[in-house]
Structure formats: structure tokens, C-alpha cells
Ligand binder design. Structure first.
Ligand code: SGN
Ligand code: CA
Length: 648
């Protein structure tokens, strides 16, 4: 798997901008899927779906912020149990350490292109070299030293061609002095589209930064984010002197010409497009080479005949289409994933499939191919029947489902969900807007013409809405659960696993396990197992002390509260904080007040104060003395419900 490799940049998918001879080998040896789609077009969520065979709202990784709960059953764990040796090498990006692997060596977070850090067995080491090559080196070394008497499962995950597209030194001048064809929609004006397409922050024109993204280190204008300004300086500083010399030399002349001429308007967008896409394709060239090395190894060692090779990317990407880079939208370029599979003796060679498939299908497919029973709670379908017959069974799905959550967030793509059939796509943007879009892909494959309100599409629209409703029931995904702020279910803080001394016990103790276990928001009944519950207080205030074990630097206390007026549960009226070094004398700490932004639901009260050191942290939260008139239980005392106290 690679990161952000769009089908537009694979020659087996008809690329008009590059060649990928090694990746094409997989297509020639096996099957190419024309209609493979991700369920949530962003990194960590795709990875969690691939591992579990369950959608984001079930596996818990809604966006790039939520950590993966590694206690869940996953493909490598099922395969391990079936006698497989398992390995995970490269980009992981799931926050928690990998589980279910005999060997793992992962990049830290996004990873670095040059001289990256790898984490292996809990230790972090920096290795000199280029990331795509280093990941492949480790993969081949593991294949070489594995126990040949047992079957194996290896996940080899490249970082490339992810932003900020840093090519390896031998490829820096590839495509110099040629013009890469521009996509037809480079200057899209979003005429028929809604706010989501107009308000995104992933445009080449406005959001792609000259310094950080495009390697014009001479340009020091601030970007939309301050870190963009000196981004290239940081990248160059991380290189060895020899690497830096070659790297800077390769861009120098073109950069100087750019600074001298300073193109503007459309000419600037065109210049940015060329620089961006060339660097992206240079990164792809390394991926292609390195995949070739793996294929060669499998062929030379004789393993190819009995090995399934799958190539995919976590999602697609915009290569200037609609004027964009990045992904996230359910529009084709980022929704569609490359998917190539070779399995000699099982899949005929050089075949293609039009079946509507999702990355949700990967987990059941791999288990099925290995002869392991597919667990009933996996939500995808095995592709094995399609692979071995090279045809689509008549009862195969007629629509794919999508749900993107990371908003508010980087690139400002609004939350949305939708369905795609072989002919149409229906999308609903929600949260801080309520807009529908409908595309007739048969007539408008580039999705430039939203026909949602057109009369002639009335019956199509209604039928797609029925499909959408039924898929949401099948997948147990209810968007109304996501109308509020999103927070990960797990939280790391200084009070994690520390005991809380409550002055007055919770009046509903059955639900309470711990107020500092780092878990919260387990109210979502569609997520298996209530592990943590709310502590409840009514007659007496919610008051307690946490002993941090030693004096520690702290700056904020957070409480995760619930408000549900129909059950007489309210956010507290006031919260007072005090701290102590000896647990005896407490000093009051003035903090900012809690101002709830929602009437009902679950919300953090964030009480920041001037940073200080302390060992003991104490608080007293008072509930409403009178429930307001007009509300259920008016005039009565209110409950306080809290399920997490976090010390930062
Ligand atoms: C980084 C990138 C974003 C990108 C996200 C998600 N900025 O934040 O452009 O959308 O990752 O990518 S960067 O300048 O730091 O590269 S993902 O692949 O992890 O989903
Ligand atoms: Ca990605």
C-alpha cells in the first residue's frame, strides 16, 4: 500500500502523465479493479477499516485524530491464529502501537522522506536514506529471514507520495523541461456545487505553499499556517550535507527564474501545478521501482507462484482536478483507490473487474483467500469469488457507501456521507451545512454538474435516498450521532489510571469504573461493550482529589460532562480548582470558566489556568440548585454526570 497514490498516476489505469511499469506488472499478472472505493478518504480511518473489516464508526477511528484500539480483532491476529507469520513495515499512522504482528517497524506518525525515524520493539532509531527504499529494504530482509516452513502475511506500507512530495535524489530532474498535461478542471469555478466544494482549503491557488510544498525555499511569505513558511528550511535541515547539496542544486535554476519572473494569476496556478505534479510523480517513480524489487524477489525466490500480491493506496488524490490537491471528498479522484491483485493459478492474468468494491472488503478477502473463516461481524464482502471467476456474481452489491468525518479540520472539507452506484452518486454534506449533490457519472464523469435539484432526476434522487437509508441501517451508521463536536474515545493525560478520591461517592456507582482511565464517550451503543460509565452526583457536589504521584507541570483541568435535560442532568453551575504539594494545604487556582456550547450531549469543560507545578489537584463542581422553569423537573436539584477528569 502506498499513501495518496491516485489512479490518475498509474499507467495501468490509463495515466496520461506517467508510466508505472512495475505496478502495471501486477495488473498484467492478475486483476485490476476499475471501481474500488474507500469508505472514508483519509489515512488513519482507511488503515483501521483495512485491519478490521469494519467501518469507522464501529472500529473507532473516525479521523486522523482518533487512536486505534489495538485490542480489537484484526486480519493479522486472525492470520496469526491460523499459523501465519505476520509483519507490518512502513507507514502505520494509527497512534497506538501495532498489535498482531510478529515483526513491526513503523514510521513515526506521517514519517519523514529523508533519514526517517522508525519505531521497532518500542525503540526509535533514525536511519540514513530515502524512506521508500528503506521500507523495502526492511521488507525484503524480513522475507529473507522468516521461517520458510510457515505461511506469511506482510503489510508493506509506503509513505510516498504523501505531501510534501520530496523525491529521491536520482529522480529530482525527472520530467525537467517537459510540460505535464493539465487536468481539464484545473480552473473549476464550482458553479453548480455547494459550499463544501467552494469553502475547502486544498486549492493549488490559495493553499499550496511555495516554500513548504513547492520547494521554493527562497520564498518566505507566510502560508495559511505559520509552519508552512519555513517548512522547506526544516526539511533541508533534516538532510545530510551531501543530500542537501544535490537536492538544492536540482531546483536552484528553476527557483531563481520563478523568483525573477513571479508569475501571477492563472500563470501562477499553472506553475504550481507543474512543480507539484512533477514532484508527486517523482515520488511515485520510487514507489514503482521499489515494488518492482519486491516482485523480482518473489519471482527469483520462487515464492511468486504461491503468493497473493495486493497493491492499493489508502485513497486517491487530486492532481489538480477541481484546482485541488489532497483528498477527503467523495468525488471520484479521491474516492477511488487503485486496486491490483495477482494470485497465479487462481486469478487469470490481465483481467479487469467493474464490480463496486470497497476497502471494507479487504479484510474478509484476505481471510477467505487464506482459508480462514470470515467473522460474522466484519462488514465487507470477500472479493475471492470475483478474483477467481474474473466476473461479478449476480447478487453482488449495487452501491458503495461513504462517510467522511474530519471537520472541523485541516483542509476544511465538510462532513459528508453518500452512495455511489455504477451510474450515479448522491452526497449529503452536513454538520454546519445541509446540502445535497447528485452526479450523473454516465454523462458527467468529472462531476462538474450537480443535478440534485433537476426535475428529470427526481426519481433517481428518491431511489438513491432509499438506498442510502437502507445502507445506513445495514452498516449501523447514523449520521445524527455526529452532529456535535467529535472527540477521540481515548485521551492521554497526566491523571491516566490514577485513583480519584471522591469526597462524596457517586450516587449511581454501578456505572462508574474510573474517572481517569482515558476512555470516554462510550455512550455510542453501536460500539461494542460499555467499558466506562458516568459517575453521578446530585445531593452532594462532585468533589475530588487526584494524586499525580509527584509534583508535575500542569496547565489545564478537563472534565467530560453530559447534559440531558429530559433526565434532569445538567452541566455544573460552577467549578472551583485548587492545588497542593503536600495534600494538606490547598491553594485556589483561578481558571477560565466553563461555557457550554451545546444544550444536550457530551462535552468537555476545559479549565485552563496559569501553568504551575503541583502534586495534588482538587476540584469542586456544583450542580444546578434549581432546574430552570419550563424544563422537566423544574425547581428540583439537577444531576451532574461526569466520566473523565483529565489533568494536562
Ligand atoms: C498532513 C498534511 C495534510 C494532509 C494530512 C492527512 N499536511 O497534515 O495535507 O491532508 O496530513 O494526510 S503536511 O504538510 O503535514 O503533509 S493523511 O495521509 O495522513 O491522511
Ligand atoms: Ca493518505
Amino acid at each position: 500500500m502506498s499513501d495518496d497514490h491516485a489512479t490518475q498516476a498509474l499507467s495501468c489505469y490509463g495515466s496520461v502523465i506517467n508510466r508505472t511499469p512495475n505496478l502495471d506488472r501486477i495488473a498484467q499478472n492478475g486483476m485490476l479493479f476499475q471501481h474500488a472505493f474507500c469508505t472514508n478518504s483519509i489515512c488513519s480511518p482507511v488503515r483501521a477499516v483495512n485491519l478490521t473489516g469494519k467501518l469507522s464508526h464501529i472500529n473507532g477511528v473516525l479521523d486522523n485524530i482518533f487512536p486505534f484500539d489495538g485490542a480489537q480483532p484484526t486480519v493479522p491476529k486472525y492470520l496469526q491464529a491460523a499459523g501465519y507469520q505476520t509483519a507490518m513495515i512502513g507507514k502505520w499512522h494509527l497512534k497506538s502501537d501495532p498489535t498482531g504482528f510478529d515483526h513491526w517497524k513503523i514510521l513515526i506518525d506521517q514519517g519523514e522522506y529523508f533519514n526517517p525515524r522508525f519505531k521497532e520493539n518500542g525503540r526509535i532509531n533514525k536511519t540514513e536514506g530515502y524512506v521508500t527504499n528503506l521500507i523495502t529494504d526492511d521488507a525484503l530482509a524480513w522475507l529473507e529471514r522468516r521461517d520458510p516452513s510457515k505461511p506469511f502475511f506482510m503489510m508493506l506500507h509506503h509513505k510516498a507520495p504523501h505531501r510534501n512530495w520530496m523525491p529521491d535524489l536520482p529522480y529530482l530532474n525527472l520530467y525537467d523541461s517537459i510540460l505535464i498535461p493539465e487536468p481539464a478542471s484545473l480552473f473549476d469555478n464550482y458553479a453548480t456545487r455547494g459550499r463544501a466544494a467552494r469553502e475547502q482549503e486544498m486549492s493549488l491557488e490559495k493553499d499550496m505553499h511555495l516554500n513548504y510544498d513547492l520547494k521554493v525555499w527562497q520564498d518566505t511569505s507566510a502560508g495559511t499556517e505559520p509552519w508552512l513558511k519555513n517548512g522547506m528550511e526544516r526539511e533541508l535541515a533534516a538532510m545530510t550535507a551531501a543530500q542537501r547539496r544535490v537536492f538544492m542544486e536540482a531546483y536552484r535554476d528553476e527557483n531563481e527564474l520563478f523568483i525573477k519572473n513571479r508569475p501571477a494569476g492563472e500563470a501562477l496556478v499553472r506553475w504550481k501545478y507543474q512543480r507539484y505534479v512533477k514532484d508527486y510523480l517523482r515520488c511515485v517513480a520510487s514507489v514503482d521501482d521499489q515494488v518492482g524489487r519486491v516482485l523480482d524477489y518473489l519471482e527469483k525466490s520462487g515464492m511468486a507462484a504461491n503468493t497473493i500480491v495486493v497493491y492499493t493506496s489508502d485513497q486517491g488524490f487530486y492532481l489538480g482536478e477541481h484546482g485541488w490537491f489532497d483528498k477527503r471528498f467523495m468525488y471520484e479522484e479521491s474516492y477511488r483507490q487503485p486496486l491490483l491483485v495477482q494470485w497465479p493459478g487462481h486469478i487469470p492474468s490481465g483481467v479487469q473487474s467493474d464490480a463496486l468494491v470497497m476497502n471494507l472488503d479487504f479484510a474478509p478477502t484476505l481471510l477467505d483467500a487464506a482459508g480462514v473463516e470470515v467473522p460474522a461481524d466484519m462488514q465487507g464482502q470477500s472479493l475471492k469469488p470475483i478474483l477467481i471467476s474474473a466476473s461479478t456474481p449476480p447478487d453482488w452489491r449495487k452501491a458503495t457507501y461513504y462517510h467522511y468525518f474530519e471537520y472541523p479540520g485541516i483542509h476544511a472539507v465538510k462532513r459528508h456521507y453518500g452512495v455511489r452506484t455504477d451510474r450515479y452518486k448522491l452526497i449529503h454534506f452536513y454538520f454546519n451545512n445541509d446540502e445535497w449533490e447528485l452526479y450523473d457519472l454516465g454523462k458527467d464523469p468529472s462531476e462538474l454538474n450537480n443535478v440534485y435539484t433537476k426535475n428529470e432526476y427526481r426519481s433517481v434522487r428518491e431511489s438513491l435516498k432509499r438506498t442510502l437509508d437502507s445502507l445506513q441501517i445495514v452498516y449501523k451508521d447514523f449520521p445524527e450521532n455526529y452532529l456535535g463536536a467529535l472527540e477521540p474515545k481515548q485521551y492521554k493525560h497526566k491523571a491516566l489510571k490514577k485513583a480519584v478520591q471522591l469526597t462524596y461517592p457517586s450516587e449511581k456507582p454501578a456505572a462508574l469504573k474510573s474517572l481517569t482511565d482515558g476512555l470516554y464517550q462510550d455512550y455510542n451503543i453501536y460500539n461494542a461493550g460499555i467499558r466506562n460509565g458516568y459517575a453521578a452526583f446530585r445531593e452532594k457536589p462532585f468533589e475530588g482529589v487526584i494524586d499525580l504521584g509527584k509534583s508535575r507541570d500542569i496547565y489545564r483541568l478537563r472534565f467530560h460532562f453530559m447534559q440531558s435535560p429530559e433526565s434532569w442532568i445538567y452541566y455544573p453551575e460552577s467549578i472551583e480548582i485548587s492545588v497542593s504539594e503536600d495534600g494538606k494545604t490547598y491553594e485556589p487556582v483561578p481558571s477560565i470558566a466553563f461555557r457550554p456550547t451545546q444544550k444536550t450531549g457530551h462535552q468537555w469543560a476545559n479549565l485552563a489556568f496559569d501553568p504551575r507545578s503541583a502534586r495534588y489537584v482538587k476540584w469542586m463542581a456544583k450542580g444546578l440548585s434549581y432546574i430552570p422553569s419550563g424544563q422537566p423537573g423544574a425547581g428540583e436539584k439537577a444531576w451532574i454526570f461526569c466520566d473523565e477528569v483529565a489533568v494536562e
